[in-house]
Design a protein around this ligand. Structure first.
Ligand code: B12
Length: 217
């Protein structure tokens, strides 16, 4: 099967919330030697965007979103080992603490960023979802992180990224960490406004961003 068709089928399987089809097409993608990250971004994530749009328009509801998320995760189980197989042998300098902000339980994108950073040889500490500002700071201190990466998927939880940077400033810790932000509604403009050190639109951009920041240190 050609590449475009496989990616299209994958996206459709996510929209349909069909775990079996998602797994089947993820396997087809790997058999056809597609790049695993490209398969995630242009197949699975494309499907997620499509179902998210339908949800936004009231054409589908929460159960359909959950089914899509489950299909995404099942397909990721096929793709993750392939992504990890690309792991770079040379370790990169730097520890990245990554998590989703308070009030936000979306973790699919954050997990992909985490995996991609790991495959590029960074030391990654993933603190999961729904993290309040003080616990993120505590974990960053514990991990001796160089970079704090904050994910957020809702306009209602974006202010938590802003608050995080403000609290870091108040605690005189702003100079100690690079803070990068990302996730669905986050933009470069937002990153500039809240004085983050960087923004990445997709997981592919995260290692480039982190590498540049750490080099500046
Ligand atoms: C799947 C999904 C869910 C799943 C989440 C499952 C999970 N385990 O994550 C479930 C069903 C649980 C869910 C719940 C809800 N959801 Co929801 N969800 C989505 C959906 C469809 C897809 C999100 C996703 O996984 N995308 C795929 C990944 C790969 O993309 P991504 O997260 O953007 O990540 C990529 C980049 O952004 C980037 N990235 C991500 N993080 C970071 C961090 C850094 C540092 C960097 C550099 C890059 C980076 O890299 C990733 C890979 O390239 C979106 C719609 C959308 N298009 O985003 C709605 C959406 C985010 N949800 C929405 C809503 C409203 C909700 C609920 C409130 C619904 C409800 N009534 O209960 C709850 C909220 C729960 C909560 N408190 O968080 C709204 C948010 C609206 C808003 N206010 O902004 C959206 C936009 C849907 C819509 N169109 O209305 N949701």
């Amino acid at each position: 099967m050609e590449k475009e068709k496989i990616l299209e089928n994958l996206a459709f399987a996510i929209v349909e919330g069909d775990e079996d089809k998602a797994v089947e097409n993820a396997k087809a993608a790997m058999e056809a030697k597609l790049d695993p990250l490209e398969t995630v971004e242009n197949g699975l994530s494309k499907g997620m965007d499509d179902i998210g749009e339908k949800f936004g328009k009231g054409e589908v509801f929460l159960p359909e979103l959950l089914m899509a998320a489950n299909a995404f995760k099942s397909a990721m189980e096929i793709l993750k080992p392939e992504l990890e197989a690309q792991k770079m042998q040379t370790a990169q300098k730097g520890t990245i603490l990554i998590g989703t902000v308070k009030g936000d339980v979306h973790n699919i994108g954050k997990d992909i960023v985490s995996t991609v950073l790991e495959t590029k040889g960074f030391n990654v500490v993933d603190i999961g979802v729904d993290n309040d500002t003080l616990s993120i700071i505590q974990e960053a201190e514990k991990a001796q992180a160089d970079v704090i990466a904050l994910s957020c998927l809702m306009t209602t939880t974006m202010p938590a990224q802003k608050e995080f940077i403000e609290v870091l400033e108040e605690m005189n810790l702003r100079e100690k960490y690079f803070v990068i932000v990302g996730g669905g509604p986050v933009t470069q403009e937002w990153a500039d406004e809240i004085k983050a050190d960087g923004y990445g639109e997709s997981a592919v951009e995260a290692p480039v961003l982190v590498k540049e920041l750490i080099r500046k240190k």
